[in-house]
Design a protein around this ligand. Sequence first.
Ligand SMILES: [Zn+2]
Length: 283
Amino acid sequence: MRQEVFELPSTAKIEFRQIKLAEENLLAAAMKERRVTIDSVISEILSACAVGVVDAGPYDFLSVGNKPRWESMARADRFQAMVDLRCISYKDGHVFEADLRCPAMTCGHRFGWEIDLKTDLLRVPMPEESVAAVRDGRPFEVTIDNRVVKFTMALGKTEQTYNALLEQHEDRDMACALRSRIVEVEGLRPHEIMDWLDGGKGDKFEGLTSEDAEELREAFDLVEGGIDTALEAKCPRCKEYFDFDLPFSGMLLPGSGIAKRRRQARRRQEGKSSPLEDSTPTT
Ligand SMILES: [Zn+2]
């Protein structure tokens, strides 16, 4: 059984053990049944595999030797722990294959794209000011539309907050996503914040311009660290480059090897081996 200490973007250090088959079952069942969210199963697996906190970093609610509390920790920590757990859990775990579809209108080709999780990803530590703010329990601040907006880091529980908001405010996806990070807006009551963001149905608020919303999103992104999930792939058919996000689901399961199987099938068809492996990043 492999064990390893992971240093997370927030500087917290946690010791992990490999994933066991029982946890793999849990995830496979969740993906099939869709009864529980993949998100909550991932947290469960990360907690099961965490041997204990080695260094609490900026989190005063963690104690050495105990389990991490993902819901209150930065989402960036959780994501990186998930990627690193995959790497130590499986044979060639650092190779992850994303199933992509070329976005070019005239193409739409589906293919597997291999990512080396150890070398292809940009890992950014959380900015020092953010680590200090988390340590002091201070929210972050930005001025938007002449009001000071106080907000938190994206936390493990932010996703749940967002889902709960979306249930209440159907068709207001953008506002819910922003609202899930906001603690307070200067001069507004909590129930007014949604309408301040997108105008709502009443005429009290005009709603933010897209430019203001973009500025708010940028302020949110600036305080984060962790793995940069924006990646680039090249379509093997039309040779176009396009951007995609490192997928979340499937990360804790062994590789499905779609690309490998397709390559092998194609080779069998062609009756020879191709010198170019089209689904391997060339850089
Ligand atoms: Zn294409």
